[in-house]
Design a protein around this ligand. Structure first.
Ligand code: 1CP
Length: 346
């Protein structure tokens, strides 16, 4: 693509910078008054996701306010289950509720993976609109959930602290569980291919519950399905970098880095930067991993930990980010404090 080389894309290709590129997970969200106002206008969270004008607007809000080095499409990982035919609602203050898939019969009720596009076409429209409206030096990140994480919501019908329903289905009806993982993986590949076709320049795959997988199953369900998706995306679009996020993987981060085929690995808050700099950053670009609670706290603790992460990853390719999403309780002025430390190139 012509035009200025975007810093985030250069980091993903292995370059390091004295001032790393920076964006934040959930950078469009309830901590911002302008987001709350737009969301109110949209009606519900899902109405916001499926309204290309308003979804474009909330994607751009944090770029205008903070000048981040990347924008992330405003959507949700649970739109794929919805496109597969699950009933989905978001209960204010409580989170998502879905119809559940816990048997071969439930699985039969779902749509084939290649029938998702009718539901998801407004999302592709948002991507295209964003590519027209973003500043030329701000790349657009498209995303989806990883099959395991999406399956945990489809099986339980909601968020749970430990993903017990999904783990139980894995043990009690492995065949149905595997078929569900395969259906989600296939749909996710098609969804991400369309996002790239519409203009997404980077893809992030969120495996937010990778850490809930029992160790012996990590490779089979957190690495293999993601590796298949990445392989298929790269066959069609070899130059689009992919960021993996096996949150909570612990020791599994090493195997993920070596085997999933991602160009970068996003680190959760539990990962020690000193370890990751030696064990992971020598192989690929790393992204992370400030504790989002520090953006609630602000002040000296925030400045100190921001500087520690910046310093810890100064020797290689790094995208500064949080270890998980920014919370609604975060103070928008604390984001400025974080950015001051990152952008001061001393
Ligand atoms: O406005 C609101 O009240 C809804 C809050 C909200 C927002 C702002 C939800 C509900 N989703 C989103 C947007 C969202 N979700 C984005 C947009 C882009 C950005 O980052 O700015 C992204 C990338 C996601 C991804 C997502 N959704 C993940 C993976 C990342 C993570 O945080 O671990 C997950 C697990 C979800 C599911 C989901 N969606 C929303 C909630 C509250 C949840 C978690 C449900 C639960 O486990 O209880």
């Amino acid at each position: 693509m012509a035009g200025p080389e975007k810093k985030l894309l250069r980091a993903l290709r292995g370059e390091s910078f004295p001032v790393p590129p920076v964006w934040m997970m959930r950078q469009a969200g309830r901590y911002l008054p302008e987001y709350r106002a737009t969301r109110e206008k949209a009606g519900s969270f899902l109405d916001l996701c499926y309204n290309p004008d308003l979804a474009t607007e909330v994607t751009l809000q944090p770029i205008r306010r903070y000048g981040f080095d990347a924008a992330i499409l405003f959507a949700d990982i649970l739109l794929v289950p919805q496109a597969l035919g699950a009933d989905l609602t978001f209960v204010q203050g409580e989170g998502p509720r879905l119809s559940t898939v816990t048997s071969a019969r439930d699985l039969e009720q779902l749509r084939p993976a290649d029938e998702i596009h009718e539901t998801l076409s407004p999302i592709y429209e948002t991507v295209a609109q964003l590519r027209g409206e973003l500043p030329p030096d701000t790349p657009l990140i498209g995303f989806a959930g990883a099959p395991w994480t999406v399956a945990t919501y489809m099986i339980a019908g909601r968020g749970t602290p430990d993903q017990a329903p999904a783990r139980r289905l894995l043990y009690s009806d492995t065949q149905t569980f595997d078929a569900l993982i395969d259906r989600i993986a296939e749909a996710t590949t098609l969804y991400l291919l369309e996002q790239i076709k519409a203009g997404a320049e980077v893809i992030k795959i969120f495996d937010s519950w990778a850490g809930a997988l029992p160790g012996p199953w990590f490779r089979r369900y957190a690495i293999e399905p993601v590796a298949r998706i990445i392989g298929d995306l790269r066959k069609a679009y070899p130059d689009v970098p992919i960021i993996g996020f096996p949150r909570g993987a612990g020791a599994g981060y090493l195997a993920f880095a070596e085997e999933a085929g991602a160009q970068a690995i996003a680190l959760d808050t539990s990962v020690d930067p000193d370890w990751a700099a030696k064990a992971l950053q020598t192989q690929m670009c790393v992204q992370g991993n400030l504790d989002p609670l520090l953006l609630v706290e602000g002040g000296e603790p925030l400045r100190k930990e921001t500087a520690r992460i910046k310093r810890g990853f100064a020797g290689g390719p790094h995208i500064f980010n949080l270890g998980h999403g920014i919370t609604p309780q975060a103070d928008p002025s604390h984001v400025d404090q974080m950015l001051e430390v990152i952008r001061n190139d001393a």
